[in-house]
Ligand binder design. Sequence first.
Ligand SMILES: [Zn+2]
Length: 77
Amino acid sequence: MNNVLIPIRKTRKCSRCGLKYPAKDEVCKHCKGLNETQIKALQEHHQQSMKSNRKLAGLFGFITIALLLLMVAAAFV
Ligand SMILES: [Zn+2]
């Protein structure tokens, strides 16, 4: 039954902070020793970095498309 719940990479999702940690660890290293307020701050920080990662990915996608368009336009000149 446990095999179904453990992903192939052997990480567990922490039920306290929601971050992933190695399944071999007894406790989550991210929120170990933190109180509820600190966990909240950690979660917010994590979400913000996820958001900015997505923004960055979008920017790179835009630059790639712009470069491709420029190359196509240059080929036709
Ligand atoms: Zn945790």
